[in-house]
Ligand binder design. Structure first.
Ligand SMILES: [Zn+2]
Length: 191
């Protein structure tokens, strides 16, 4: 768990100028403080606390969705999305997973940068938990499920295994999932 995203009761987490105080917070003199232990969630202009009991463990074999935050030759750093069951949300024990270049697809990949870009949404399998959360996208149904053009940020469409941007007509190959463009519910889990 990233400590910057984690609050304990009384911790100063923001100001009313920048966010509306939500669940698990209180306001005093325009400053916002946590009233619960848990993860700080900032969305839709609101700041709230997701209580600690809603943090669940991740197991090898589990399928997760995440956003590519950074890519270097040897790996992609993935921010794992909250896990959802019905209307409840849960967060993994760590915000980040690592997708090493040899785990991206079958066969040799010279650089992870050829296979995914920052901002892409991927579906991955949890491989092991020895050194953080190690992910794999080797299987056909794993890989990118939503990609954005690296020039104009338009959402790309998949056409015969090639990603295309309708706006600027750029095309590129990345490690896409066979369910590209058809993922509606993310991180639905059975617990
Ligand atoms: Zn484009």
């Amino acid at each position: 768990m990233n400590q910057n995203n984690f609050a304990i009761p009384g911790k100063h987490i923001g100001a009313t100028e920048e966010a509306i105080p939500g669940k698990g917070t209180r306001e005093e003199n325009h400053e916002i403080y946590a009233t619960l232990s848990g993860r700080i969630i900032r969305e839709h202009g609101e700041i709230s606390i997701l209580p600690k009991k809603e943090i669940i463990s991740i197991q090898p074999g589990q399928i997760v969705y995440g956003i590519v935050m950074n890519v270097i030759e040897q790996l992609a750093l993935i921010e794992i999305e909250p896990l959802v069951k019905g209307r409840e949300r849960f967060v993994p024990p760590s915000d980040y997973g690592v997708l090493r270049v040899m785990n991206i697809r079958e066969g040799f990949v010279s650089s992870a940068k050829n296979e995914m870009k920052r901002g892409d949404l991927i579906k991955a399998r949890v491989e092991e938990l020895k050194l953080g959360i190690s992910l794999s996208t080797k299987a056909f149904d794993l890989g990118i499920v939503k990609a954005y053009c690296d020039i104009c940020r338009n959402e790309m469409i998949l056409d015969n295994a090639i990603l295309k941007c309708d706006k600027c007509k750029r095309t590129c190959k990345r490690k896409v999932s066979k369910s590209y463009g058809h993922e509606t519910t993310l991180n639905e889990i059975e617990i």
